[in-house]
Design a protein. Structure first.
Length: 263
């Protein structure tokens, strides 16, 4: 049975807290997809990405063992109605197969194959659209179509997943251009600093202002200040200079990061 929105919000908050609290590196698709599957009462949940040429990749959490998901999903980019719809339209709205149904001989043949695998009803949630193609998170289940409450839960989930995905992209881009000193993540974990807090602290150490950091990380200056206040609390300090000094001594921030924190 699908869960009420209030409970779903609470569960997503737990997922966000866990995801942002460590230094795992890879995007947390497993807990994200498992949470989505639980909320939408779907036995198969995963991510599917395809490009303009119809080449796709799929992963499920957990991976089903009663049919060959990679074979079935490998053809979805050209014969699944939701894939065709998202490829032809710019919408980012979560949609189900009750809204964009199977039509045409090839799609109906594919639907019959999905029904045989007990996954004929789908909800897809767009996460990213760009030159590389389309990335969606999808849930699949047999028999019972997804309804209006499913759409509400999918919309709630989309806000969380898209925000987390953007966070990981920004973090990955920053780390790629700023090699982290050996042991820095372990030191940060010991100090109970999150990856985003390490990035903010490193930029402070380079002398960037809150406004400059907000531009660099695509967040608001208020969010930067909130990160800084949390950093001060976790390090037991009250200002930027002390935070940078302590983080440098702990090995979280490299000593050569910059000339010192700005205003």
């Amino acid at each position: 049975m699908m869960q009420p929105l209030q409970l779903a919000r609470s569960q997503w908050l737990d997922v966000i807290t866990d995801a942002l609290g460590g230094f795992g590196g890879a995007f947390p698709w497993d807990p994200v997809c498992r949470q989505l599957g639980t909320q939408l009462d779907a036995p198969v949940t995963g991510k599917f990405q395809w490009d303009a040429h119809g080449h796709g990749s799929v992963m499920a959490y957990p991976f089903p063992d009663w049919f060959d998901l990679r074979d079935v999903a490998g053809r979805a980019a050209t014969v699944h109605p939701l894939a065709r719809y998202y490829s032809a339209h710019s919408t980012t709205e979560p949609l189900s197969t009750a809204q964009v149904s199977f039509s045409g001989a090839d799609e109906r043949t594919y639907e019959a194959e999905l029904r045989a695998c007990q996954i004929e009803n789908h909800v897809w949630i767009p996460v990213e659209r760009g030159s590389a193609g389309v990335l969606v998170v999808g849930v699949c289940r047999p028999v019972e179509p997804f309804d209006e409450r499913s759409s509400e839960l999918a919309g709630l989930a989309q806000g969380v997943i898209v925000a987390l995905h953007h966070h990981w992209q920004v973090l990955d881009d920053w780390v790629a251009g700023h090699p982290v000193a050996t042991g820095a993540y372990a030191a940060a974990d010991e100090a109970r600093l999150t990856p985003r807090q390490v990035v903010v602290l490193s930029l402070v150490a380079q002398g960037l202002t809150s406004q400059a950091i907000s531009w660099r990380l695509h967040i608001s200056p208020r969010t930067v200040e909130r990160h800084l206040q949390n950093i001060y609390t976790r390090l037991g300090v009250s200002d930027r200079i002390s935070a940078v000094r302590l983080a440098t001594l702990a090995g979280v921030v490299a000593a050569s990061s910059g000339d010192g924190p700005g205003g």
